[in-house]
Design a protein around this ligand. Structure first.
Ligand code: GLU
Length: 444
């Protein structure tokens, strides 16, 4: 049996109850076959794949907090410190009822390769809680965040592990967590990224994931002879990534016609009104029905359906496994030319394969959405030198990083005879650097 198959079998046996983690591991290891086969003896002896699929440590803890009625609520908190071969653990905190250990492990595992692709010195980690921020008052959010950080603060630090935002964790939550860290540890340091501008945050961090997604997509299209201007784009989601992806797509001359949330989706043939979307989602924290109510060109539909709309480019920016095989078939039938993942693993394995087999350019999340964490690393640099850079400086660095990521993965794919397979290219390019560092550092 090949080394890759052996390890897939082992990881499957050890983590049978973690389907998302297994999905992420299988996707990465399958596409690493050519690299692993070429180094099989050494990698097997050094247990490279067993080591990279087992987190350095996984921390789980109780998060008790008091709700507005005076009742005590209990959530489960997580931090998975996956791999720090190339830098301190780095990755967001997801607050969503679907969070469990398997979800955090899949996200942490992806983060290792994503962070490596940025070319910046950051290792892979992820955390969060099954806490549901929906419908909670500001006071309840603060109570949760303070309790969460009371435990988490024992394990993190500016040179150890630097958490950030993810689904459910935005500027408000990062602010409450930063305040609590400072109070308990008595240290003013860049322990979190995505901070507010008045206390160490970076300009352009808010926009970075969405903008970065478009910078990489634009480069991928350009290298394949396609101009993004004038194209029709379908976006899913309506959170931070979706909002700034929509904004940048429009700046580049494309027309975004859809967005979605957990209960329904919008088709707006005139093009999404970003200012209105921001007002509904960032200020009012309301449902998309409010967007439809305020705009006559918008149609609101219950349930899911974004991928049924004809488009040239699809940008899944909501959550994992939201673009299924049937959606991929529909996109191909409608003439879609490119899919770039703004979310983490939004496309199922079968859907990815179908898109690639049918000639759709496919940019995986670990490359396409790396702009967020890359700009987090720029925030860490600014914190270390106690300076702040201008919006233009950060944005132009971000653009350079995303263009560089695309060429790195394009080259890696070509080197292993997989031209145009950007999934393989991203996994290979991300893996090579981490493995080199792991081997150099011995058995640890
Ligand atoms: N949650 C984001 C991601 O999935 C950003 C992480 C960070 O900035 O550390 O990459």
């Amino acid at each position: 049996m090949s080394y890759v198959d052996e390890v897939i079998e082992l990881v499957t046996k050890k983590n049978a109850d973690q389907p998302e983690f297994l999905q992420a591991v299988k996707e990465v290891l399958e596409s690493l076959r050519p690299v692993v086969d070429a180094n099989e003896e050494r990698y097997r002896k050094e247990a490279v794949l067993e080591r990279i699929t087992e987190p350095d440590r996984q921390i789980m803890f109780r998060v008790p907090w008091v709700d507005d009625k005076g009742n005590v609520q209990v959530n489960r908190g997580f931090r998975v410190q996956f791999n720090n071969a190339i830098g301190p653990y780095k990755g967001g905190l997801r607050l969503h009822p679907s969070v469990n250990l398997g979800i955090i492990k899949f996200l942490g595992f992806e983060q290792i390769f994503k962070n490596s692709l940025t070319s910046l010195p950051i290792g892979g980690g992820k955390g969060g809680s099954d806490f549901d921020p929906k419908g909670k008052s500001d006071r309840e959010i603060m109570a949760f965040c303070q309790s969460f950080m009371t435990e988490l603060c024992k394990y993190i630090g500016a040179d150890t592990d630097v958490p950030a935002g993810d689904i459910g964790t935005g500027a408000r939550e990062i602010g409450f967590m930063f305040g609590q860290y400072k109070k308990i540890r008595g240290m003013y340091e860049g322990v979190l990224t995505g901070k507010g501008l008045s206390y160490g945050g970076s300009l352009a961090r808010t926009e970075a994931t969405g903008y970065g997604l478009l910078y990489l997509t634009e480069e991928m299209l350009k290298c394949n002879g396609i101009d993004i201007a004038g194209k029709t784009v379908c976006v899913s989601g309506s959170g931070n990534v979706a909002i700034y992806a929509t904004q940048k797509a429009q700046q580049l001359g494309a027309k975004v016609v859809t967005v979605s949330d957990s209960t329904g989706w919008i088709y707006d043939p005139e093009g999404i009104d970003v200012a209105l979307l921001k007002e509904v989602k960032e200020v009012k924290r309301a449902r998309l029905t409010e967007y439809a109510a305020a705009r006559s060109s918008a149609q609101y539909h219950e349930g899911r359906g974004v991928w049924s709309i004809k488009c040239d480019i699809a940008l899944p920016c909501a959550t994992q496994n939201e673009l299924l095989l049937e959606d991929a078939k529909q996109l191909v039938e409608n003439g879609c030319k490119a899919v770039a993942e703004g979310a983490n693993m939004p496309t199922t394995l079968e859907a990815t394969e179908y898109l690639q087999k049918n000639g759709v350019l496919f940019a995986p999340g670990k490359a396409a959405n790396a702009g967020g964490v890359a700009t987090s690393a720029l925030e860490m640099s600014q914190n270390s030198e106690r300076l702040s850079w201008s919006f233009e400086e950060v944005d132009s660095k971000l653009k350079g990083i995303m263009v560089n990521i695309f060429h790195n993965l394009d080259d890696a794919a070509k080197r292993y005879g997989k031209e145009g397979d950007y999934v393989a290219g991203a996994n290979i390019a991300g893996f090579e650097k981490v493995v080199d560092a792991m081997l150099a550092q011995g058995v640890c």
